[in-house]
Each structure stands twice: as C-alpha cells, then as structure tokens.
Design a protein around this ligand. Structure first.
Ligand code: NAP
Length: 391
C-alpha cells in the first residue's frame, strides 16, 4: 500500500513536535512531504534535514534566506508571503496537520479544506473564528476534519457508540489549570510565571495561559459547537484535575461513553492520523489502580467567567467567534508581556464582545474585518483607560 503524504503546519511547536514523534513510529505508513513554521528557522532546518520533505515554508520573511541555505538537497523553500497557504497548494497530500497557534492558522487550514484534504486539526482558533464557513466548505468539498484536541478527540471517539440524534449532551473535561483553587484576589494578582505552570499538560505558551484563564475551555465549547453540530446548551464542562478522562458523551438512555488515557497529545494526534485504525502508541499506558481515584467538580463561573463567554459566543455565532478569539489573542499576549493583569484578559475580551455589532453568516472578508476590529478595539480601550500593570 502506498504511504500517506503528510504536511505539518506548525511543525516547530509543541503539537508539531509531538506529531513528528508519532510519525517516526509510523514511518511505514506515512511520508512527511511538507513542514512549516513561524519564526524558528533553525529548528525547521534541523527538522528538514532529518525528514527530507519536498517543501518547507517559514512565515517569518526575514529568515527565509538563512533557512534556505541550510536545507538538504531536493528540499524546496516556499518563500515570500502567505507561505503556509502556498505550501498547502503546492503538495497533493493526503493529510494536513494543522498545528499553528491562533488566527494565523486560518488561511492555510481553510485552503486545505477547500482542496478537500483530510485535516488533522489541533489549531482550534480557525473553528472558533470561522466554524460555519469551515464546516460548510468541508461539506461541499468532502474534506474530513479530524480533531486532535484531546477533548474533541474523546468526543469524536465516544460518538461512535451511537447515533448523533440520540445524543443528549457532551461533557468536556477541564483540568482547571494552575489556578483551579485560587481565590478571586489571588487571580487578580496572578503572575505570568504562575500562569505558565500548568499542572498536567506541557503545551505552547498561548494555550497554557488560555488554560489558566479557562479561555481554552471557552474556545473548546465553540470548537465543539461547530465540529459536532450540537447546540451550545448541549455542551457542558466539568472540572477533572487529573486529566485522565478526556471528555464524554451522554446518550438519551442515560449511558455515558467516555474516552480515557494518560495526558499525552501523541494519542489523539495518532488517532487523527490513523482513524479508523488504531496502532501501538509511544504514550505511557493508563493504570487506574495506580491512580486510585478520579475527581470531578462543578466549574466556578464566578471566578472563571470565560466559560459563560464561551457559551454566549457558541449560541450567538456569526462574527462573534472572530471577535472573541482576536480580543483574547491580543489580551493573552499583553498579559505575557506584563502589560495587563491576569483578570484583564477575560474582562477586556468581554468588553470588546459587548461593543461588537454581530454579522450573521459572515464571509471570510467579514471575519477578517471583525478580527482586525477587535484587535484595534482592545488597543483603543487600553489607550482611553490604561490598566495598572500587576506583575
Ligand atoms: N500543545 C498542546 O498540547 C495542545 C493541545 C490541544 C490543542 N492545541 C492547539 O494546537 C495549536 C498549537 O499549539 P502549541 O501548543 O503547539 O503552540 P506552540 O508550541 O506555540 O506552536 C505554535 C506553532 O505555530 C507556529 N506559528 C506561530 N505563529 C505563526 C504564524 N504567524 N505563521 C505561521 N506559523 C506560526 C509556530 O512557529 P515558530 O515556533 O517557528 O514561531 C509553532 O510552530 C493551538 O491552536 C493550540 O490551542 C495544543
């Protein structure tokens, strides 16, 4: 059987590296034909020398020529602008692993869906921004979007136990992040260092901060709404600090089907690649007897209002996902730079959302406009009423 050809968008990141680790165990079935990164050109050059893909792409134009000089023979650099999208267009591949962080991943992910490719999706923000557009495009082109996010992979697996119309609700689990038990005043004074100290998952910086604010769970509620087509009020969240039970589906007869495993992204990455087959995976095995017990708690939306916002955006739809995501991206970045406090991330995002006039069934250019508007709105809110730096 011929090997499946794979492109990784975001190969230099946390998910990208885990995907390469999975692919190194599946070398008989998959060929890496394209790799793409943002700024880490030396890491990308190293990956290219090891994997020998046909093409590489780097978004950062200032280092494209340095990268080119270090590529192995036969590996072509896609240079200039829009390189990730042009990489997707250049290779007639079987699967695109979408693992860029943030809105930056939208154009290339959308292009892969337009071309009818199988997309193994870690980059949740494109679905948050343009869920309606991506899913309707996939329906038209036949593209399959398979989730890598562990919660959505779990729901995807559990859904196979029954029919969509028999599902009553889905329950996404959340570790609760580093501030699960923090008081409101501790949250107000949370530092970047503490927020980056996730108790169970090792991830890139943006999603780690999103986990601390629980904006990540809000993004996942919206992601689930579009990916699986459930209403916002069918999507619940439960706090599960051990991150062993990755999410569950409750059917109308009361049966709850869950997927469990150790917290290692290689398991959902591999499943998205090999679905519907399963193969041995390098992730460590689960021992329930070693764990002894699992904990489940009600989320506190007073201390973590982001969850309420996630449901609101999933209900309203239209351009609100683009605005919500963009405001959160800017605020997440400002917090990491020490320019705003931890609680300002959700506070400002909610304010921007409140100032937005929703566009229903938006086209791509309207979503790009909404994204740009929200980014400017955060800046202008901060310019008119500056926030005192906390850390
Ligand atoms: N990490 C996890 O365990 C996890 C779990 C579930 C879902 N996810 C989702 O997966 C996505 C990736 O997360 P991550 O933790 O792997 O992030 P990460 O470690 O920060 O990696 C992000 C990747 O995106 C690239 N990138 C950033 N900006 C770019 C741009 N403007 N153009 C092109 N490439 C760009 C980075 O390139 P450079 O590093 O070269 O700049 C890097 O390869 C996110 O959407 C996240 O929510 C992650």
């Amino acid at each position: 059987m011929s090997k499946q050809q794979v492109i990784i968008l975001g190969s230099t990141g946390s998910i990208g590296e885990s995907a390469l680790s999975v692919l190194s165990e599946l070398a008989d079935s998959f060929d890496v034909v394209g790799l793409a990164g943002g700024t880490q050109w030396q890491k990308l050059a190293q990956q290219a020398r090891y994997w020998n893909p046909k093409y590489v792409a780097l978004a950062d134009t200032s280092h494209q020529q340095s990268l080119k000089a270090q590529l192995p023979d036969g590996c072509q650099l896609i240079d200039g602008i829009d390189t990730l999208t042009r990489l997707v267009e250049s290779v007639d591949c079987d699967c695109v692993i979408s693992a860029v962080v943030g809105a930056a991943g939208l154009p290339a992910t959308l292009r892969a869906v337009e071309l009818g490719r199988k997309v193994a999706l870690a980059n949740k923000e494109p679905l948050v921004i343009a869920g309606e557009l991506l899913m309707s495009t996939a329906e038209r082109t036949g593209a399959k979007i398979l989730p890598i996010d562990s919660e959505h992979s779990a729901v995807f697996q559990a859904l196979q136990a029954g029919l969509q119309e028999d599902v009553e609700r889905i329950v996404l689990t959340a570790s609760g992040g580093p501030f699960r038990d923090a008081t409101e005043s501790e949250l107000e004074n949370a530092t970047v260092k503490d927020a980056l100290n996730h108790p169970t998952w090792s991830m890139g910086p943006k999603i780690t901060i999103d986990s601390a604010t629980m904006m990540n769970k809000a993004l996942e509620i919206i992601e689930a709404r579009w990916l699986f087509g459930f209403e916002s009020d069918q999507i619940d969240v439960v706090i599960h600090p051990e991150s062993i039970l990755h999410s569950m589906v409750e059917f109308c007869d009361g049966s709850v089907i869950a997927q469990m495993g150790t917290p290692d992204m290689r398991t959902p990455i591999q499943y998205a690649l090999t679905y519907p087959r399963r193969f041995p995976c390098p992730a460590s095995r689960l021992s329930l007897t070693d764990l002894g017990q699992l904990t489940f708690l009600e989320p506190d939306t007073q201390r973590f209002p982001s969850l309420r916002l996630g449901h609101r955006v999933a209900t309203e739809g239209g351009s609100t996902g683009a605005v919500f995501n963009a405001a959160n991206e800017v605020c997440n970045d400002l917090f990491r730079k020490g320019s705003i406090g931890f609680c300002d991330i959700v506070r400002l995002t909610e304010e921007v959302l409140g100032a937005h006039d929703r566009v229903d069934h938006p086209k791509l250019d309207e979503l790009i406009d909404a994204d740009g508007w929200a980014r400017r709105e955060v800046e202008s809110m901060l310019a008119t009423s500056p926030i005192k730096k906390v850390n």
